[in-house]
Design a protein around this ligand. Structure first.
Ligand code: HEM
Length: 345
């Protein structure tokens, strides 16, 4: 795996997936249509090479994504916030990520532990630190920010109290149009407020019930998706002025390169000391010209997008370029049935 790709995620055209990265893309659609559901499953190890092989997935865009995170945090420090009672959860998160990264990718990361004396080596980013686990003064940043700057994916930490989950900490720099600064301190029902149709279908009521019972050592996961114009990871409300108008630039000629399917692999872990819940949002981008190299995905995504309920299209911000994209995808849909499952045929 070459993790030293040099693309940027700032809306230019340098982003490409290797053929291997296209094959492992977590295509989220089981059938030719899409509606919200309580799509949660155990976060069990998957086949070698898949995004599910390790609990925390590191891929060829690692160095570029970490550079992008550093840039966003330099421009806007509020993308990383933690209320004072979350410090134990921050250490829990650091432990989970360091142990998973070192176990999954020993050639990239090493963690040596001698009681509370920890020694962490991150080779791709050229970082080596010795610190005392539990003593934040021995790290250059708080524990969540320290490891969050070294791990692909956004992370939020939820405190569990009053039969609810409260988003009381997070490091969020690659979000699909929601804001940590706005949501911090909200509970599960409140931060899901803007999502259409799902509340009426009691999706969130059931999902919350599941999460309140989440057990240590039995993580869960789900896939979420939206679309992005240009290879931009930071599509935050804070930077809407930078990316909002991109959605008006899609033409039949540039769909293949400009329009991306954006899939979030979301992991959920109960944490040992704090009893908090860690939520990871690992974002994968694939441009339409890459997606259609897998004929089943081309056919199925054409059908999903064509039949998507308007409320979902509006909420996901696709309305302006949906028809152009559906029309472009139609040349790859011969009407043949698609096989069961999400993987390539
Ligand atoms: C602690 C765990 C979770 C966190 C922190 C979280 C956070 C969020 C946030 C911030 C949004 C964006 C809302 C907005 O528009 O402002 C969202 C959307 C959504 N969430 Fe969650 N969520 C969590 C768990 C779940 C679970 C378990 C489900 C299961 C059904 C779920 C389903 C959804 C759906 C369907 C959307 C709309 C996404 C879209 O259409 O693009 N979430 N979530």
């Amino acid at each position: 795996m070459n993790i030293f790709n040099r693309e940027t995620f700032r809306g230019d055209f340098t982003f490409r997936n290797s053929p291997a990265a296209i094959r492992r893309f977590p295509f989220p659609f089981h059938e030719d249509k899409y509606m919200y559901s309580v799509n949660i499953e155990p976060h069990l190890p998957g086949p070698a090479g898949s995004v599910y092989e390790h609990p925390i997935d590191i891929d060829e865009h690692y160095v570029s994504e970490m550079r992008d995170r550093a840039l966003v945090l330099a421009e806007d420090p509020k993308r990383c916030q933690s209320l004072p009672h979350m410090i134990t959860a921050e250490w829990d998160m650091l432990e989970l990520l360091m142990t998973s990264m070192a176990e999954g990718y020993p050639e990239l990361f090493t963690l040596n532990r001698d009681g509370d004396k920890w020694h962490w080596i991150n080779r791709p980013l050229n970082i080596e630190d010795r610190f005392i686990f539990g003593d934040a003064t021995t790290l250059p940043y708080g524990p969540m920010e320290y490891i969050g700057r070294q791990c692909q994916g956004d992370f939020s930490l939820q405190d569990h109290r009053e039969n609810n989950l409260w988003m009381d900490a997070g490091i969020i720099t690659t979000q699909a149009d929601w804001s940590l600064d706005f949501d911090v301190g909200m509970n599960f029902t409140e931060w899901h407020g803007p999502v259409p149709l799902a509340h009426q279908a009691r999706v969130f009521e059931r999902a919350l019930k599941f999460l309140l019972n989440l057990q240590l050592g039995q993580p869960a996961r789900r896939l979420n998706w939206t679309m992005t114009i240009n290879s931009r990871l930071d599509t935050s409300p804070e930077n809407y002025h930078k990316w909002g108008t991109d959605r008006m630039t899609v033409t039949p000629e540039n769909v293949g390169d400009k329009v991306h399917l954006r899939v979030e692999l979301q992991g959920l872990w109960r944490l040992p000391r704090s009893n908090a819940v860690l939520f990871s949002i690992r974002c994968y981008l694939i441009k339409m010209s890459e997606l259609v190299t897998v004929p089943k995905w081309a056919r199925r995504f054409h059908r999903v997008l064509k039949t998507l309920p308007p409320e979902l299209a509006d909420y996901k911000g696709l309305t302006r370029y949906r028809d152009t994209t559906v029309e472009w995808l139609s040349q790859y849909d011969d009407g043949a049935p698609t096989s069961p499952g999400c993987g390539p045929e």
